[in-house]
Ligand binder design. Structure first.
Ligand code: SF4
Ligand code: SF4
Ligand code: FES
Length: 527
């Protein structure tokens, strides 16, 4: 591996590493705008200029001109300076140039707090502008360029990240740059609108406030938001995400880089899941059936009555699960089933949907944990069990399925529902335990490639709602089974007992997850 020295720090990096990445690996940052690791190198912003004082082991002389770090690959013996006075002066000039016509928008700009112009201005700015505000060239502001994206043309620094994303990743070519000099501007290609399944990624990669989210604009200053690492539950791909919340509410979701799963991107559908989770279909309290209808109940009371109802049913038991149960919930339900004498555990979620695989990230299987439940011994079936006196419906709504489900639900002696949302099956329930959405729980999913990935609780569940694993652990201990006091304890137990991963805990999963040790039957090649 070639060895490079950057600002006196020496390290070996893989062949083909550019200087921006090499600096990152050495714990340093080289300022840049147009470079993005998920896109081709454009080399147009010139912010990443560095001085190469030795080219390589064989050519120890440096280069007379400053070079752009994004388009310079490390050579063995290369010595680089990215913060000496010559480089800093050049960078200051580049930044001054980029800011000549930039509006004085920071107080009203949604990018404030996460804007690379602001950040580098603090590091390399001139501080005394040589341009009068009235001399600035003005362009269009707040131009809707698609259902989700707003463009401010005069904030754009013409880095072309968004253009390259739409050319290289989605290949939909909606944006283009035209004109020259200070009239040069980003705009829609003729007849186009930025309306593809991944459009909002251009908001994430825009280094300044030129592209903003129409849903998020003016809703919160970003420094008030808390970030939690999570995994999207929108399909079996399991894109890694960050959930940004404030005061118990989720404000936005952004992709979290994981080379093994989603690279740097996610689809727009995945960004909007939290809206429905916070919507009117949420179950906000556990319910017990009494004469005359349902009454609100504490989850402990509903859970204990559920245990009693299952015991009284005496006959066969069946767990009817959605493939969006977490591993922890699936494992606890399996243990509850064992304590009650065993029974079928079926996944009723259809594997294929009307959503087509697109060869990028979107998966036709719209559920995040089918592979995990299969690994726990669940089987896929949309047909009701031949006979079930006790039904445990886990985030599943079988009454919406065709066939004999309504009759089976009607005939069951006891039907207990664990769910975060309302559905048709609730009409058949004896006890309903309101549980948290996956934004409100800790847990793990196994994606379509068999990767075990952890999601962390982003917000507290509403009052009256309890984390799914906690409700099920309560039931299990009420049946005389083991007691678990955290989702991690449940995971550590299931990793050893059910996944052949002894000693694996949340820490071992890390930020990017780990593969299951064996090939899983549900594995499919990622697009
Ligand atoms: S809108 Fe943003 S990402 Fe696109 S060219 Fe302008 S600055 Fe770059
Ligand atoms: S591709 Fe699937 S997992 Fe990824 S963000 Fe979209 S819905 Fe979520
Ligand atoms: S990041 Fe290197 S020229 Fe823009």
């Amino acid at each position: 591996m070639p060895k490079v020295t950057i600002n006196g720090v020496s390290l070996e990096v893989p062949q083909g590493t550019n200087l921006i990445r090499a600096a990152e690996l050495s714990g340093q940052e080289i300022a840049h705008y147009c470079y993005h690791p998920g896109l081709s190198v454009a080399g147009n912003c010139r912010m990443c200029l560095v001085e190469i004082t030795a080219l390589s082991e064989k050519q120890p002389k440096g280069l007379p001109k400053l070079q752009i770090a994004c388009n310079t690959l490390v050579q063995d013996g290369m010595v680089v300076e990215s913060e000496n006075p010559r480089v800093r002066a050049a960078r200051r000039s580049v930044l001054e140039f980029l800011l000549i016509n930039h509006p004085i928008d920071c107080p009203i700009c949604d990018q404030a707090g996460e804007c690379k112009l602001q950040e580098y201005y603090m590091d390399y700015g001139r501080y005394q502008s040589r341009v009068h505000v009235e001399d600035k060239v003005h362009k269009h502001k707040a131009v809707p360029i698609g259902p989700d994206v707003m463009l401010d043309q005069e904030r754009c620094i013409l880095c072309t990240r968004c253009v390259r994303f739409l050319e290289e990743v989605t290949e939909t070519h909606e944006l283009t740059i035209h004109e020259r000099g200070d009239r040069c501007e980003l705009s829609l290609a003729r007849g186009k609108s930025v309306d593809n399944d991944y459009a909002e990624n251009i908001i994430d990669i825009c280094p300044v406030g030129a592209l903003t989210s129409r849903a998020f604009r003016f809703r919160s200053r970003v420094w008030y938001l808390q970030s939690s690492p999570s995994v999207c539950s929108g399909c079996a791909t399991g894109c890694n995400i960050e959930v940004h919340s404030r005061g118990g509410s989720i404000f936005r979701v952004k992709p979290r880089a994981n080379d093994e799963v989603n690279g740097y991107w996610m689809c727009d559908y995945g960004r909007g899941i939290f809206v429905e989770e916070q919507g009117p279909r949420r179950l906000l309290s556990s319910l017990s059936r009494q004469v005359g209808g349902f009454v609100q109940a504490r989850f402990e009371d509903a859970a204990l009555r559920a245990v009693a109802a299952c015991k009284d049913a005496r006959g066969p038991l069946a767990v009817v699960a959605s493939a969006d149960l977490s591993l922890e919930e699936g494992f606890l339900l399996a243990r509850i089933t064992d304590e009650l004498g065993g029974g079928e555990k079926i996944i009723i979620s259809p594997r294929d949907s009307e959503v087509a695989e697109d060869g990028l990230l979107i998966c036709s299987d719209r559920f995040p944990n089918r592979a995990g439940l299969l690994a726990l011994g669940y089987v896929e079936s949309q047909t009701p069990p031949a006979r079930a006196d006790c039904l445990l419906l886990a985030r599943a709504d079988p009454a919406t399925l065709a066939g004999s489900w309504p009759g089976v639900l009607e005939d069951a002696a006891a039907t207990v529902v664990f769910s975060d949302r309302r559905g048709e099956s609730l009409e058949y329930a004896d006890e309903i335990v309101a549980v948290g959405s996956h934004f409100e729980d800790d847990g793990t999913f196994v994606n379509r490639d068999g990767r075990v990935q952890r999601f962390a609780q982003a917000v507290e569940p509403p009052a009256g709602v309890v984390a799914g694993w906690r409700a099920l652990a309560y039931v299990l201990s009420g049946l005389g089974g083991p007691t678990y006091t955290s989702a991690e304890e449940v995971f550590t137990a299931l990793a050893a007992d059910a996944l052949d991963m002894p000693g694996t805990d949340y820490r071992a999963l890390g930020n990017e997850g780990v593969p299951l040790p064996v090939e899983q039957p549900s594995r499919r090649q990622a697009g």
